[in-house]
Ligand binder design. Sequence first.
Ligand SMILES: [Zn+2]
Length: 76
Amino acid sequence: MTIRYKCRHCETEIGQLPLDSIDEHFLKKNDITHEEKDLYIELGNEGEYTVQCICEECQSSLQKFPNYYALKKWIQ
Ligand SMILES: [Zn+2]
């Protein structure tokens, strides 16, 4: 079983990791609370997990144009 990392802004698949490599250590390191874990980690139909995160491209756009993303979020 694997965990897929997908950008929640542009839906680009960032990468995959074996599920075994995800543990509480990892989650703590990334400052994900249990509530956030429910929001960002989705269990798919085939038992695979998808982690909604942000790719480097969107991350840099976000830093350059924070208002654009705030606006987009507002519209949705
Ligand atoms: Zn992206």
